[in-house]
Design a protein around this ligand. Structure first.
Ligand code: G6P
Length: 369
C-alpha cells in the first residue's frame, strides 16, 4: 500500500523520483571520483574476451531495447567497434550471423524475458561471448551469461520501466568508457570530461525533477489527444522512442517516436492542429536542424512541446510549451531528457484516470513467447 509507495500516489512516480539515488547506487564502487576513473569488474575479469570483440550485438526487448540503441551510439563513438541492436525476438528466429569474434550484450530488467534468454542461448551456441546487463539479481539471464554488470537500481514495481532504463543507460555508458579506455580509442580529455559529468548526473536529474509540477500542468492540456509524435536526433532519437512507448503503455494514447529528420518522409502528413509533437531540441550539433523541424510543425498548426536547454529563447517563442533542461554533454543527454518524458506520460495517464502501475494487457516480465 501507501507505505511501500513512500508517500507517492503510484510506484511509477516513486520510481521516477528515486532515479538520482538509484543511479548513485549504480555507479557506486565503479566510478572513482578522485581518480576520475571507471572500473567494471566484468572488464577486469574478462578483459581479453571483451577487448578482442570485432563486433558487438545488443539483444533486448521493449524499453531495454531502447537503452540498447543508446548503448550502440556510445560504443561506436567511444570504442570504434561496430555495434548492432536487435530485438531478441527477431534475432533468435532468423539464423543470424554470429561468431566467436562477437560479444553479445543482453539487456533485461527482469532477467526473465523469454525471447532475450533464447537469443542468448543461440548466440552462445554460435560461440559468442555473452555479457549481461540486468537488474534482478540471480535471475535466469545473469545465470546464462558469461559475465555482466547489475544495474543495482532496486526492485522496479511499475510495469512501465523508468529507473531500470536510466540504470541500463548508465551501465552502458560506464561499459563504453571502460572498454574505450582499455582499447585506447578515447582521447584522455574526453574520457575525463565524460566520467566527471556522468558522476554529476544524479544531481542534474534532481534539478530536472523540479519540473514535475510544470509537466503536470501541461499534461492536462493534452489529454484530449488521440495521437502523439515524439522527435529527436542522434542520442535523443532513442529517447523519443522511449517517451512514445511510455505514453502508449500507460495512457493508451497512440504515440510514435521518430528521428526528427525522417519526419518529412511520412509523419509530417499527420500534423494538424490536433497533433501534439514532443521535440527534444536542446543545444547540440543538430540544434539548427531540429529548430527548422519545429518551424515546419508550426507551419502546419501542430502543437509543439519542446525540451530545450535552459535559457533558450528562440524555441520558447515558437513552441506551445517548453520544458527547460540543464546543459549536459550530448552523450549523457538521454539520462536527463528521459525524465520529463516519463513525467509527461505519468501525468497524462493520471489525468485520464488510467491504472498507471498496472496498465491493461501488459506484464512486467514476459516469460512466455
Ligand atoms: C515487458 C515490460 C517492459 C520491458 C520489456 C522487457 O514488455 O512491460 O517494461 O521493457 O518487457 O523486459 P526486460 O525485463 O527484459 O527488460
Amino acid at each position: 500500500g501507501q507505505i511501500e509507495k513512500g508517500g507517492y500516489d503510484h510506484f511509477m512516480l516513486k520510481e521516477i523520483f528515486e532515479q538520482p539515488e538509484c543511479l548513485t547506487n549504480c555507479m557506486r564502487g565503479r566510478i572513482n571520483v578522485e581518480a576520475n576513473h571507471v572500473t567494471l569488474s566484468a572488464l577486469i575479469d574478462y578483459r581479453l574476451q571483451l577487448l578482442k570483440a570485432k563486433r558487438i550485438v545488443i539483444v533486448a526487448c521493449g524499453t531495454s531495447w531502447h537503452a540498447g540503441l543508446i548503448g550502440k551510439q556510445l560504443i561506436e563513438s567511444f570504442c570504434r567497434i561496430p555495434c548492432e541492436v536487435e530485438y531478441a525476438s527477431e534475432f533468435r528466429y532468423r539464423n543470424p550471423v554470429v561468431t566467436s569474434d562477437d560479444v553479445v550484450i543482453a539487456i533485461s530488467q527482469s532477467g526473465e524475458t523469454a525471447d532475450t534468454l533464447a537469443a542468448i542461448q543461440l548466440a552462445k551456441e554460435k560461440g559468442a561471448f555473452i555479457y549481461g546487463i540486468c537488474n534482478a539479481i540471480g535471475s535466469s539471464i545473469p545465470r546464462a551469461t558469461d559475465t555482466g554488470t547489475y544495474i543495482h537500481v532496486g526492485p522496479e514495481i511499475g510495469v512501465a520501466s523508468t529507473k531500470a532504463f536510466t540504470g541500463q543507460v548508465t551501465v552502458l555508458t560506464m561499459f563504453a568508457l571502460a572498454l574505450a579506455d582499455a582499447k585506447g580509442t578515447i582521447n584522455r580529455d574526453e574520457y575525463l570530461k565524460v566520467v566527471k559529468e556522468l558522476n554529476r548526473v544524479p544531481e542534474i536529474i534532481k534539478e530536472v525533477l523540479k519540473s514535475n509540477e510544470k509537466v503536470r500542468d501541461l499534461a492536462r492540456t493534452f489529454t484530449y489527444a488521440h495521437n502523439f509524435l515524439y522527435l529527436g536526433r542522434g542520442y535523443s532519437y532513442p529517447v523519443a522512442l522511449e517517451g512514445a512507448l511510455k505514453l502508449k503503455e500507460i495512457s493508451y494514447i497512440h504515440a510514435e517516436g521518430y528521428p526528427a529528420a525522417e519526419m518529412k518522409h511520412g509523419p509530417i502528413a499527420l500534423i494538424d492542429s490536433d497533433m501534439p509533437v514532443v521535440v527534444i531540441a536542446t543545444h547540440n550539433a543538430m540544434y539548427e536542424k531540429v529548430l527548422s523541424n519545429i518551424q515546419e510543425i508550426k507551419a502546419r498548426q501542430g502543437r509543439v512541446i519542446a525540451l530545450v536547454s535552459k535559457g533558450d529563447n528562440t524555441i520558447s517563442r515558437i513552441a506551445d510549451e517548453v520544458i527547460e533542461l540543464p546543459d549536459v554533454l550530448e552523450c549523457l543527454e538521454p539520462l536527463v531528457a528521459t525524465i520529463p518524458l516519463q513525467l509527461l506520460a505519468y501525468h497524462v495517464a493520471v489525468c485520464k484516470g488510467k491504472n498507471v502501475d498496472q496498465p491493461r494487457n501488459l506484464a512486467k516480465s514476459v516469460t512466455v513467447e
